[in-house]
Design a protein around this ligand. Structure first.
Ligand SMILES: *Cc1c(COP(=O)(O)O)cnc(C)c1O
Length: 359
């Protein structure tokens, strides 16, 4: 109905639905927001506002390709940092070493993997603050997640969110930036609309793009945001039930989410016994073929440094590696099916399937 209303209004982009979407997102990010076309656009705009061209951007080696690709498009050299295994954030020691090795670092991009805002974010922010380096949160996984009650997207200079269909809140396609400073948000509005030098102006002062969110996508997003409190509560209840159901299942161990982190459970993460006889691909195959159970996608199965796009970076700077913790995580984690309409019986079936396949 809301899409129909947007269509018959004749305003198809950058109108009242976008304004309402930004308004509804605000309390969940703790800051004022500006909607954009995608999570990738949000990241690229944030990095263009900071101005990273010709310098280094530090990115966790375990994240989605889009985090690093945005930095490449904004003209930066990407360098990778290992993670810590408690909250899956940037490892503070690895970050400190990387900052020493790359004194031209223009920005650091922590990523809230699986919807966990890691307690290690605080020391990372402190280090960056000390060195005067801006932080952009890649909060694509973390809409509604918190650390010590503070929302994802309220820690860095800017926070980037995605509303791609697989994320916890969605608009079909869409993205959002949260920012502390009104000037940064005004810059977002310029960048997203072809780099116009002022709203409504026909003069352009930067190489912006079409990074606008359509009214149709925003209309979809407003519906999902209006019910987001219920979505979040449902995801957390499902995660608590998995915790209980998995307690006595051998061969699999749920990720212990740090007490300070209020995860949105974008992913329910667990670890297979590294010494067990089943690796993840085989387990996934058996669950699918014998039980009709499909596990969710990993976050992630390949480290960024192993993608062909980044082969050159890897050769240039082997010193940043070997990323042992991220490699362990990539190899051994699984993500159980979790979405708001999942029933208790379905969860019981998932866990029974795991129990029957794990030794
Ligand atoms: C989904 C995602 C993005 C990109 O978002 P899009 O809306 O698909 O452009 C960026 N970073 C991470 C970590 C993501 O999961």
């Amino acid at each position: 109905d809301r899409v129909d209303a947007a269509l018959s209004s004749g305003i198809l982009t950058q109108g009242p639905q976008v304004a309402r979407f930004e308004e509804l997102a605000r309390p969940w990010t703790g800051r004022d927001t500006a909607a954009v076309a995608s999570g990738s656009a949000a990241l690229e705009i944030a990095l263009r506002i900071i101005g990273v061209a010709g310098r280094t951007v530090l990115v966790p080696v375990n994240t989605y390709f889009a985090t690093a690709a945005a930095a490449v498009r904004a003209g930066a050299a990407v360098r990778f940092v290992d993670i810590e295994l408690d909250g899956l954030g940037l490892d503070p020691d690895a970050l400190s070493a990387a900052l020493d090795r790359h004194p031209d670092t223009a920005a650091v991009l922590p990523v809230h993997i699986g919807g966990i805002v890691s307690p290690a974010l605080d020391p990372a922010l402190a280090q960056c603050h000390l060195r005067g380096i801006p932080v952009v949160e890649d909060a694509a996984h973390a809409f509604g997640a918190t650390l010590d009650g503070r929302p994802a997207g309220s820690f860095g200079r800017l926070g980037a969110f995605s509303f791609f269909p697989t994320k916890v809140a969605m608009s079909g396609e869409g993205g959002l930036l949260s920012a502390a400073s009104a000037d940064d948000l005004e810059q977002v509005r310029r960048w997203r609309d072809h780099g116009k030098s002022a709203q409504g102006s026909t003069l352009h002062d930067r190489p912006g793009g079409n990074w606008r969110l359509s009214e149709l996508h925003a209309a979809v997003g407003t519906v999902d945001l209006e019910r987001f409190a219920a979505t979040l509560a449902a995801r957390r209840a499902l995660a608590a039930r998995y915790d209980a159901l998995l307690a006595d299942v051998p061969g699999i161990r749920p990720h212990a989410v740090p007490a300070a982190a209020g995860s949105n459970y974008y992913k329910y993460l667990a670890y297979l016994d590294p010494d067990g006889p089943l690796d993840r691909p085989l387990l996934k195959k058996l669950l699918r073929e014998r039980h009709g159970v499909s596990l969710a996608g990993e976050v992630y199965d390949h480290l960024l440094c192993d993608h062909p796009q980044f082969a050159a970076e890897r050769r240039q700077d082997a010193a940043d590696g070997p990323f042992e913790r991220a490699r362990w995580f990539a190899r051994h984690h699984v993500a159980l099916p979790l979405y708001p309409s999942l029933t208790e019986n379905e969860q019981i079936r998932v866990v029974a399937a795991l129990r029957s396949e794990l030794p």
